[in-house]
Design a protein around this ligand. Structure first.
Ligand SMILES: *[C@@H]1O[C@H](CO)[C@@H](O)[C@H](O)[C@H]1NC(C)=O
Ligand SMILES: *[C@@H]1O[C@H](CO)[C@@H](O)[C@H](O)[C@H]1NC(C)=O
Ligand SMILES: *[C@@H]1O[C@H](CO)[C@@H](O)[C@H](O)[C@H]1NC(C)=O
Ligand SMILES: *[C@@H]1O[C@H](CO)[C@@H](O)[C@H](O)[C@H]1NC(C)=O
Ligand SMILES: *[C@@H]1O[C@H](CO)[C@@H](O)[C@H](O)[C@H]1NC(C)=O
Ligand SMILES: *[C@@H]1O[C@H](CO)[C@@H](O)[C@H](O)[C@H]1NC(C)=O
Ligand SMILES: *[C@@H]1O[C@H](CO)[C@@H](O)[C@H](O)[C@H]1NC(C)=O
Ligand SMILES: *[C@@H]1O[C@H](CO)[C@@H](O)[C@H](O)[C@H]1NC(C)=O
Length: 899
């Protein structure tokens, strides 16, 4: 299969080669001195070298790939016929996807962006395993073809003609391990083509080669390529079986000069000089099968050239798969190329060349000189936004990240998304989350990170990053979560970041950075009064809550706004039970009922409406629980926990007075009975989930010792006038005895359907028990079903119901049908994923609620992003919606007493 061995020495070529060997360092990547527009990579080769017969300069793959191992084919495989570039190869034992990245030779404004790309594969028994192998080849983020080396001695070429869109600045060729053998590659060649060749439209800018046949060349076993073909296409020997055609070849020693004036394709003269035709009949047809598993669209190019000086010009009509293409008339020595129309089936190619019946029967029969058959691969997946790609490349370089998944495009295809990277699959995909926690990053925070402009969450915790926190990070418009804890950062927190924190747009964590300056002295003078950065020592670490001061100011403003100096004092005020009588107007309006007794509407002296929960004498919920709740609520304050306004406690009566939650509990909103009420939208559900997670996160992680709610359920999630969710009912809550005591033993309590199975069986309680209940709540939000789905005869747990549907992958059967399909599938799957992560039967497998909260926020971001892309021209600032990403955690600095 070796190329033609003609012109074995051209003095000019050797001169150039000598100059190259004298100054190899000056060689720019891919610039073959004699062949501008060529990049010829001999994969796995140790040195660059000129190939004298081909007159092509091959280079090693250094700089094009950073993975894989260089190998040599075995000496048995080193047959004479093996091309130099096939003697070495690169194999990829690690990682699923490995990619070559090749910068195009031209930039957008000069020259063509159309390239012929050829990958060649020769196994040559390099590993002495005499194995067969099969793997996938991708062009960028799109599947190209499958390489099937079923014969260890075969030499396989795959070729594609690809237009690099202006939104990309490199070509990536990726080898994907499909579990059927370690992928390998022998060479990779790029040839820049003229724009006018192989015209393509925007929809199909890429053609994958099926066959390229040098028609009529049955005698000469040579594959013609460079230097015969200035574009180095391979013109293969014609093995077609014709039904009675005559093959013809030029007899002279040198082929006649062809008129190339209007010839864009430049099919080599050696190829054009052979052709096929028919002897007796003036019509003829030929065909080719077409087998390419995933190809659906096909196209062909037919090349003609009159090589015989016939008396009257040949004139014939071309049909392809019975469709009329064109009537042609050939001029002596003038090449002509006819592209056929596309066809979509895989019935194969069928060509008919019919002589015009009106033309003289004496004219010569039709001929054909060369044929190219292509299919159009589906390249509809768009790669990640170029800025994001470059920022990730910069980051990879800056930190020398060697993670095996960091190959090719960072986001797509989605099963190859880089570890730590999360994307929204917009068109083009964008990176929204980057988690480089514990990646061993050293040095400064890379500037390239600030180029990930759609980033919502950035986690650089637990690395060895040093230097200052760059101001640039504040430029990321959507950044909500920035975790820099566990590094060795220095200097102050940039003012612009502080501004975002105070605007409640950013959550920043900087714990365990011993040299970070958080003192007042680091603050600019002007801001001194509005920024107080308290340091609260908690255990061994330091939790910095930058927002406290602001939160306090904000709270004071709120109170002032109400014009009631009494409200603040009212907080947690003990009432007399007579006062309670007055507040509730003699228990006039019942607004709820629980196991403990009634809940009444009350109105304080200042007109504020409240909910008054009375403990009835016969209540199952004991005095102890009532007191526990009162005590707990006096200590914990969070906007996602129902707050206690006051309480009364005397010998006979007990009452707890809460802020009024006008919209009742979440279960009511989800249950079928209230279908006359407005169905909660997907967004509302997401926001409720985030609100509740924030409340729970505060109990678990904002309080020392942590508080376990123990009775989380949709009935205990209440909604206020503006549908903000708050967790209620702390009667069963427990605080941990000691900080390090992560588990306490207690009698199981709670509500069936929400009970952690591990807690049920062992009685050992920890924060993960609440996470389980929270997972059940998430499933209720997603599906609308209650925790226990009851039918006439039986009842099943929501998890039993949902798990088989998840396995089926049927998201539309999972999500509450009352939403009427109004949700984004991405965000729904993400919610399901989060909910699933909360409910493994073993507690250790469940994530911390803080992790769940982060995921939910990302889910929210996906939803917002998809809304944004749907509503054209809607402003970006809307993307955060009315919901605040910042949680302001004041309080819980006093210890709740464990009982
Ligand atoms: C390699 O395997 C093929 C069958 O796949 C077999 O025909 C051939 O003899 C083997 N060669 C060696 C050297 O084992
Ligand atoms: C095949 O073609 C090459 C290049 O034109 C030529 O040198 C060689 O002699 C040919 N071989 C045969 C058997 O025709
Ligand atoms: C080439 O030569 C053979 C005999 O040597 C002859 O039969 C044939 O017609 C010639 N072909 C052309 C195109 O002149
Ligand atoms: C060639 O095909 C055309 C169209 O089908 C027909 O009219 C013509 O008679 C055919 N010529 C010969 C020589 O068979
Ligand atoms: C990057 O990592 C590789 C492999 O761990 C190592 O060989 C190389 O020296 C590192 N380069 C830099 C610049 O740190
Ligand atoms: C990636 O996903 C596609 C589509 O879901 C699937 O066909 C392919 O097998 C997957 N590849 C790997 C290596 O998992
Ligand atoms: C960030 O992007 C801009 C514009 O694409 C580019 O000029 C700059 O070099 C990039 N910065 C880094 C650090 O990659
Ligand atoms: C952390 O940074 C400080 C100040 O730059 C330096 O003195 C110290 O050695 C660093 N510690 C580590 C573990 O790198």
């Amino acid at each position: 299969m070796e190329g033609p061995r003609l012109l074995s020495s051209s003095s000019l070529f050797w001169l150039a080669v000598c100059m190259l060997s004298l100054a190899p360092k000056k060689l720019v990547l891919g610039l073959d001195p004699n062949n501008p527009g060529y990049i010829s990579i001999d994969c796995g080769a140790l040195n660059n070298y000129p190939h004298p017969d081909l007159q092509i300069y091959y280079e090693t793959d250094d700089g094009y790939i950073d993975s894989g191992e260089s190998k040599q084919v075995s000496s048995d495989g080193m047959a004479e016929s093996v091309r130099a570039s096939a003697k070495t190869l690169r194999e990829f034992p690690d990682g699923v996807r490995n990619c070559y990245t090749i910068p195009p030779i031209t930039t957008s404004d000069e020259g063509s962006r159309k390239y012929l790309i050829r990958a060649s594969f020769y196994y040559g028994n390099y590993d002495s395993q005499n194995r067969t192998l099969k793997f996938d080849l991708y062009i960028g983020v799109n599947y190209w073809t499958t390489v099937d080396i079923s014969d260890p001695g075969s030499y396989i070429h795959k070729e594609i003609i690809h237009v690099v869109p202006p939104t990309e600045d490199a070509i990536q060729v990726c080898l994907v391990n499909t579990g059927t053998g370690t992928p390998l590659i022998s060479s990779l060649e790029l040839r820049q083509l003229a724009d006018t060749m192989y015209p393509s439209d925007d929809q199909f800018p890429t053609l994958a080669l099926y066959k390229r046949i040098n028609m009529g060349n049955t005698a000469n076993e040579s594959v013609f390529r460079h230097p015969s073909d200035s574009y180095d296409r391979f013109w293969n020997v014609d093995h077609t079986n014709y039904d009675g055609p005559l093959s013809s070849a030029w007899n002279g020693t040198s082929p006649p000069a062809l008129d190339r004036t209007n010839d864009a394709y430049k099919v080599p003269t050696e190829v054009l000089r052979t052709f096929i035709t028919v002897e007796s009949s003036h019509n003829f047809s030929f065909s080719s099968e077409a087998h390419e598993p995933r190809a659906s669209k096909w196209i062909s190019y037919l090349h003609f050239a009159e090589m015989e000086n016939v008396s009257s010009p040949r004139e014939f009509t071309i049909y392809s798969n019975d469709a009329f293409i064109k009537t042609v008339s050939l001029d002596y020595l003038v090449p002509m190329t006819v592209p056929t129309n596309q066809f979509t089936s895989d019935i194969g190619f069928k060509f008919k060349l019919l002589t015009n019946s009106s033309s003289s029967a004496s004219s010569a029969p039709p001929i054909i000189n060369a044929v190219e058959l292509y299919y159009l691969p589906d390249i509809s997946t768009r790669p990640t936004d170029l800025n994001d790609v470059n920022a990730m490349k910069g980051t990879k370089r800056a930190y020398n990240v060697t993670n095996k998944s960091w190959q090719g495009d960072p986001c797509v295809p989605t099963n190859f998304t880089w570890d730590g990277v999360k994307c929204i699959t917009e068109n083009p995909p964008r990176i929204t989350s980057l988690n480089l926690s514990s990646y061993g990053l050293k040095g400064k925070i890379a500037d390239s990170l600030a180029n990930l402009t759609e980033l919502i969450s950035l986690d650089l915790s637990s690395n060895q990053l040093s230097g200052p926190i760059p101001e640039l990070l504040a430029k990321l418009p959507n950044l909500n979560i920035l975790n820099l804890s566990g590094n060795n950062l220095t200097g102050p927190i940039p003012e612009s970041l502080q501004k975002k924190i105070s605007d409640r747009k950013l959550e920043l964590s900087v714990t365990d950075n011993p040299y970070l300056c958080l003192e007042d002295s680091c603050k600019p003078k002007k801001k001194r009064n509005s920024f107080v950065v308290p340091l609260i020592a908690v255990g061994s670490g330091l939790i910095v809550i930058l927002s406290i001061a602001l939160a306090v100011i904000w709270k004071l403003k709120m109170t002032k706004g109400k014009g009631q100096e009494g409200t603040v004092k009212l907080k947690n005020r003990p009432f007399t039970c007579n006062e309670v009588l007055k507040i509730t107007d003699n228990f006039k309006t019942v607004i709820g009922k629980g196991g403990f007794g009634m809940v009444y509407l009350g109105t304080l002296a200042n007109g504020t409406n409240v909910a008054v929960k009375m403990r009835s004498q016969t209540s199952k919920q004991g005095r102890k629980e009532f007191q526990a709740e009162a005590e707990l609520l006096r200590i914990v304050h969070h906007r996602n926990l129902v707050s206690l306004v006051g309480y009364c406690d005397d010998a006979k009566n007990m009452a707890l007075i809460y802020e009024l939650m006008e919209n009742g509990n979440l279960r009511q909103h989800l249950s079928d009975q209230s279908c006359n009420a407005q169905v909660l939208t997907w967004n509302e559900r997401l926001r409720i989930a985030i609100d509740a997670a924030q409340g729970l996160d505060y109990l678990h992680n904002g309080c020392k010792p942590p508080i376990i709610h123990r009775d989380l359920k949709t009935q205990n999630i209440l909604l206020n006038k503006s549908m903000q969710a708050k967790i209620a009912d702390f009667g069963l809550s427990k605080a941990f005895a000691a900080e390090n005591d992560s588990t306490i033993s207690t009698r199981p309590a709670g509500t069936p359907g929400y009970l952690d199975p591990e807690y049920q069986s062992s009685g050992s309680l920890n924060r993960k028990s609440d996470v389980y209940s929270f997972g059940v709540i998430l499933f209720e939000l997603i599906t609308g079903h209650p925790a226990m789905i009851r039918s006439a005869s039986s009842s099943i747990h929501i998890l039993q119901w949902v798990t088989p549907i998840i396995e089926r992958g049927d998201i539309h059967s999972i999500v509450d049908p009352r939403l009427d399909g109004k949700f984004s599938v991405n965000s729904a799957w993400k919610m399901v994923e989060i909910a699933m992560s909360c409910v493994p039967s073993t507690a250790v497998q469940r994530p911390d609620i803080s992790r769940v909260l982060t995921e939910l926020k990302e889910c929210w971001a996906i939803e917002m992003a998809s809304e944004r892309s749907q509503v054209m021209g809607s402003s970006k600032s809307r993307s955060m919606g009315p919901f605040q990403m910042t949680s302001v955690e004041v309080g819980c600095d006093s210890l709740p007493v464990a009982r």
